[in-house]
Ligand binder design. Structure first.
Ligand code: UDP
Ligand code: MG
Length: 322
């Protein structure tokens, strides 16, 4: 298939939505109703709904199976346990067969109407259309501030900047999905991988509403680890900084040593100095521990990556005809 600028005008189009779900019994019906609402008059769009059940412990799977009976567009990829949203997305993208694919949250925080605008941009020849949040007013203050800092830091030190205020909600052409499949890493920070593959990219703005029902699965600690994951996946700057820090500290202490020797030669030995000694020892001790911690972080990642374990395990795939 050829992809040239402006070649997708008003053609029939196969669209796959990839929807990771983890304990979402409260939101699934609302989501499906909205999807039907948005797409029922879109004769040119052939829809596929790939739900990835990420080890839900509530009735999510039963509910999905029930809905599948009356809607043959639904496919369910049932993972063997909770692998996290990144792995669930990976599973869903692998299973999606559409010509364009859109990962979308089930809680309607990614409004399905926006997909129609994305498709319009795709028809203009773009291969990636990002959903760009115009405001984060519905996020807590702490989440806004921490997200802001994360992006600033991440984009300063990593090779491939992440677009700000953009989540996983985006349209991707088949060629992008195929490119993503070729990335071999098992620790998958999807936002970073999405950005890393590149391709002709644009965005559409949208207001991010609050979750329709249920609760967020990402608490503070999980977000913190997610941020660490992002930074260590795409930058080795935190490792390299220690070389420079070490050089700097050595330089300072060398100057200080010369100063002490000269002072001792000129005005003799004076014993007090316990406080400065203690400060230097504890400060450098702390610094070294942080350095080892950073080393450990990367070593741990390398270790886990070297096991070459699969990103997720599938218990069963339910196709509508089964
Ligand atoms: N999710 C998942 N596995 C997880 C956590 C979340 O598949 O371990 C799904 C969840 O069901 C939802 C989406 O990821 O469809 C986004 O989750 P949530 O709304 O809790 O995150 P937030 O919007 O608060 O960042
Ligand atoms: Mg949400």
């Amino acid at each position: 298939m050829t992809h040239q600028h402006g070649t997708h005008l008003a053609e029939h189009l196969e669209l796959s939505l990839v929807i990771p779900v983890f304990n979402e019994a409260a939101t699934i019906d609302l989501f499906i109703a909205r999807i039907i609402d948005v797409f029922e008059n879109e004769a040119l769009i052939g829809l596929e709904l790939v739900f990835v059940n990420d080890g839900s412990t509530d009735t999510t799977l039963e509910l999905l199976l029930e809905r599948q009976k009356s809607d043959s567009r639904i496919r369910i990829v049932d993972l063997s346990r909770n692998f996290g949203k990144e792995a669930a997305l990976t599973a869903g993208l692998q299973s999606a067969s559409g010509q364009v694919v859109v990962p979308i949250d089930v809680d309607l925080q990614d409004p399905p109407e926006v997909i129609l605008q994305m498709i319009a941009r795709w028809r203009e020849g773009y291969e990636v259309v990002l959903g760009h949040r115009v405001s984060r007013n519905n996020d807590s203050w702490a989440k806004q501030v921490s997200a802001n800092w994360f992006y600033r830091l991440h984009n300063k030190i990593s090779d491939q900047p992440l677009p700000e205020n953009v989540g996983d909600f985006r349209l991707m052409d088949r060629c992008v999905i195929d490119a993503l499949q070729t990335l071999p890493e098992s620790r998958r920070f999807m936002k970073g991988l999405f950005a890393w593959v590149g391709f002709r990219t644009t965005y559409v703005d949208y207001e991010r509403p609050e979750r329709v029902a249920g609760e967020t699965k990402f608490n503070g600690w999980r977000l913190w680890n997610f941020a660490l994951e992002g930074i260590t996946s795409f930058s080795t700057e935190p490792l390299r900084i220690w070389t420079y820090l070490g050089l700097f500290v050595s330089l300072v202490s060398f100057s200080f040593a010369i100063f002490i020797v000269l002072r001792t030669l000129i005005s003799g030995i004076d014993l007090p100095g316990y406080a400065s000694l203690m400060v230097a020892v504890t400060f450098l001790g702390g610094l070294q521990l942080i350095g080892i911690g950073v080393l450990g972080e990367y070593l741990g990642r390398t270790y886990i990556e070297s096991k070459r374990r699969p990103v997720f395990l599938v218990r069963r795939v339910y196709n509508a005809k089964d």
